[in-house]
Design a protein around this ligand. Structure first.
Ligand code: 218
Length: 201
């Protein structure tokens, strides 16, 4: 990749990670105590569709480290080193999998196929969010089972909390990205060279 483009992608990645972190300070708990609405997934989804899985995974990683330091450790969400490692660096980096549909998305958005492009964006959002919350689901069973209401099975508890978070957060990201694709499609189309060209970049 050309040096200049490389620098622009790194800057966008850093800005998106900081933006995702900033959004987590908007109140995001739902009626059911531990279920969360994760707004930070929205900027990561935009980056994943604009730049692909690797920048999105880096942005997720940085966001995860920030969330670990700024909220996890102080908020009591780090129970032990293994759980902390799984639920922060690993789970947040996996959000980069949203970019698995990047190439197909770019082809369609640049070709004016708006409906198909949206479909690929939504599929990417579902994959990346599912991957993150699958880790939280497993961690929920293994490490958070004792937080389940009396008499409730740890699997069911984790499924409700993490499955609920995944579902609400996915729907929110899909709605917002769907709106952004209509009102600000330029967010998804980088102007620095042909990202899909086979030319040595
Ligand atoms: C049942 C249950 N409760 C809490 C957690 C911890 N958890 C869930 C989702 C996201 C994150 C990362 C910080 O936003 C954490 C630590 C769990 N896995 N399961």
């Amino acid at each position: 990749m050309q040096q200049h483009k490389r620098l622009v992608v790194i800057l966008e990645t850093a800005i998106i990670a900081a933006f995702a972190m900033a959004l987590t300070y908007i109140p995001h708990t739902t009626g059911v105590s531990a279920i969360e609405l994760n707004y930070g997934l929205i900027p990561i989804a935009v980056l994943a569709m604009r730049r692909g899985a690797i920048p999105a995974a880096w942005a997720g990683f940085v966001w995860g480290i920030l969330d670990l330091i700024l909220r996890g450790l102080s908020g009591g969400s780090v129970l032990n080193p293994i759980q902390g490692f799984l639920e922060y660096p690993i789970a947040f980096t996996l959000v980069g999998l949203m970019g698995l549909t990047y190439a197909a998305f770019q082809k369609n958005v640049r070709g004016g196929e708006k409906v198909k492009a949206s479909g690929y964006a939504f599929a990417g959002i579902i994959i990346g969010t599912f991957a993150k919350y699958f880790i939280h689901f497993i961690a929920g069973v293994v490490f958070w089972g004792s937080y389940a209401p009396k008499g409730m099975n740890a699997w069911i508890y984790s499924l409700i909390v993490n499955g609920g978070s995944a579902l609400f957060s996915t729907v929110l990201a899909i709605v917002v990205v769907g709106i952004l694709l209509t009102v600000a499609p330029q967010l998804f189309i980088a102007k620095d060279g042909k990202s899909l060209s086979t030319k040595a970049a």
